[in-house]
Design a protein around this ligand. Structure first.
Ligand code: MD3
Ligand code: FE
Length: 202
């Protein structure tokens, strides 16, 4: 357990034992709610492909960022949160000092080489007292971790297959992003990185 800063803890390789069940569940979610690259309000298409499971899913389109109870591509509710997802998120949060984490959504991000996520804050959730639990699978990425102001300098932190990070307390509202994914091939995920983020959004 590596403290990263106030409220933020890295659990190196914490998800490794559960990877087969996590990837099986991920693929089942993606079969019901396929990955898609969404449009941001400015009109650009994100390089990261996304889907969600749980009671709500994070979406963006020309009208803005928000949580939706239904998948806009199908009109159906998002797939239920798989048991192995929920169990890992709850256990990791508890280990990091958040014993009552009840995530109601998991956003699944898929990065292919070149995909990136610019510095942003996560503030679309109603409850910013709850932590966010993130799980990295497949190709490694460089996480960019800034401060509470957009122009604060960013630290660079590698996130590898199986790593879990719990972001609570003051770290919850810090700017963060992902540097462009390097080319590579992972034995379990191929040419991609997946990131699961568990949140209490509603
Ligand atoms: C720090 N995802 O989905 S995960 C996102 O790897 C997002 O896909 C990145 O940023 C990814 O919003 C980073 C690590 C992470 C997630 C949420 C955070 C770090 C965070 C929220 C607050 C502070
Ligand atoms: Fe984020």
């Amino acid at each position: 357990m590596v403290p990263l800063g106030p409220g933020a803890v890295l659990l190196t390789a914490r998800a490794l034992d559960g990877v087969p069940a996590l990837l099986e569940a991920l693929h089942a979610v993606a079969e019901a709610a396929p990955f898609r690259r969404m449009t941001v309000p400015g009109g650009h298409t994100m390089s990261v492909a996304m889907t969600s499971c749980g009671a709500a899913g994070w979406i963006t389109d020309r009208r803005g960022y928000r949580y939706s109870a239904t998948d806009p591509d199908s009109g159906r509710p998002w797939p239920a949160m798989p048991e192995p997802f929920r169990d890992l998120a709850r256990a990791a949060a508890a280990e990091a000092g958040f014993p009552d984490f009840q995530p109601d959504t998991c956003l699944i991000n898929r990065y292919e080489p070149g995909a990136r996520m610019g510095l942003h804050q996560d503030r679309d959730e109603r409850d910013t007292d709850a932590p966010i639990v993130s799980v990295s699978l497949g190709l490694a990425a460089t996480f960019l971790w800034g401060g509470l102001l957009r122009n604060d300098p960013a630290r660079r932190l590698p996130l590898r297959h199986g790593d879990v990070v719990v972001w609570g307390g003051p770290s919850r509202l810090q700017f963060h992003g992902i540097a462009p994914l390097r080319e590579g091939e992972h034995p379990l995920t191929g040419r991609c990185r997946y990131n699961l983020t568990f949140r209490r959004a509603l």
